[in-house]
Design a protein around this ligand. Structure first.
Ligand code: EPU
Length: 302
């Protein structure tokens, strides 16, 4: 989608929104899949409500893209623009045992930043790619850590009220890869409360997690992490592996030969290839185990 109206472009500029025309989302996603559209970089939190009213008035559909690490996007010209909160450095500060972190900050960067102040508990999240905002929305987790455990407050833009609000951690539900945030809530900042731990101990924990991840996941290939959620008490990766589907592919969309719940873009995969592969594997798991796997990856279709 293209924003070409001069008056609208000028108004966006006044609100400190930077318009980047014709951006290819293959460059913005860890899967390297996605079509083209205009991107709006929102440089200020306080103008977000006005930007959203403006887009609604002008009937411009939009989607918020964070780190782009857990999303599968259609190919071709997209019928919505992309909104993005650019990261500011450092985008985080510590006050006692609390960390205040911008949603646009890098998740791994947050873990190491907090470690330097002897604040731990998030070692398992170190290799999870993506932004803090995306991690909050999905309640990202790995190796026994989930970000939701440490959340005390979230500042967000609520599309339903048109305002920036602060929610208390206790008022948010954090479940397995699911939260009670509304789909159109926009994460802005989070306050985390973290246990104190000596830096060296945190670093040792980080090393263990990094090693486990390196030995079991295809880190040097384009992927969106795990494609399916694990079913209660089970493992999607193990079931797909048992069906001998590692290496199974549709075009360049392939089940990783390292971890069967990672589907990789082995070249020039299209969104349609990846969707067919997902449906095919889901059907085979259903037929063999009677279990319906649910997507973990978020799909943005046209
Ligand atoms: N397994 C296989 N074959 C495979 C993959 C796994 O047999 O190809 C077996 C493993 O040997 C193990 C079991 O399945 O016995 C579970 O595997 P693993 O420890 O790799 O964990 P997972 O359940 O597949 C989850 C998260 C990952 C997270 C790891 C580590 C989900 C869907 N996945 O994977 O998160 O990194 O645990 O905590 O919850 C993600 O969310 O995108 C993600 C990658």
């Amino acid at each position: 989608m293209r924003i070409s109206d001069k008056a609208l472009t000028a108004r966006l500029k006044e609100l400190e929104v930077e318009l980047r025309p014709n951006v290819s989302l293959t460059e913005k996603t860890s899967l390297g899949i996605g079509g083209t559209t205009d991107e709006l970089l929102l440089h200020r939190f306080d103008t977000i409500p006005q930007v959203m009213w403006l887009l609604a008035d002008e009937r411009i559909p939009y989607k918020f893209l964070g780190g782009g690490t857990n999303v599968l996007i259609s190919d071709g010209e997209l019928p919505w623009v992309i909104l993005h909160l650019p990261a500011t450095r450092p985008g985080m500060r510590i006050d006692g045992s609390a960390a205040y972190v911008d949603a646009s900050a890098d998740l791994g960067g947050m873990v190491t930043f907090c470690a330097k102040s002897n604040l731990g508990g998030m070692e398992g999240l170190i290799g999870v790619p993506g932004s803090v905002g995306g991690a909050l929305r999905m309640n990202a987790g790995a190796y026994g850590t989930q970000i939701g455990t440490h959340v005390r407050e979230v500042e967000l833009y609520r599309a339903s009220s048109g305002e920036v609000e602060t929610l208390r951690g206790n008022d948010i539900r954090f479940d397995y890869r699911h939260t009670s945030f509304a789909p159109d809530d926009v994460m802005l900042r989070v306050k985390l409360e973290l246990p104190s731990k000596p830096y060296q101990e945190i670093v040792a924990g980080i090393r263990v997690c990094n090693e486990k991840r390196r030995s079991s996941q295809p880190l040097n290939q384009k992927s969106a992490g795990c494609i399916f959620k694990n079913p209660p008490g089970g493992s999607a990766g193990r079931m797909i592996d048992e069906l001998k589907l590692k290496g199974h592919h549709v075009g360049d969309a392939m089940v990783s030969d390292r971890h069967a719940n990672f589907f990789v873009n082995a070249g020039n995969a299209k969104c349609a290839d990846m969707l067919r592969l997902i449906d095919d594997v889901r059907a085979r798991v259903r037929a063999a185990f009677g279990i319906e796997l649910e997507n973990e990856v978020i799909v943005w279709k046209n």
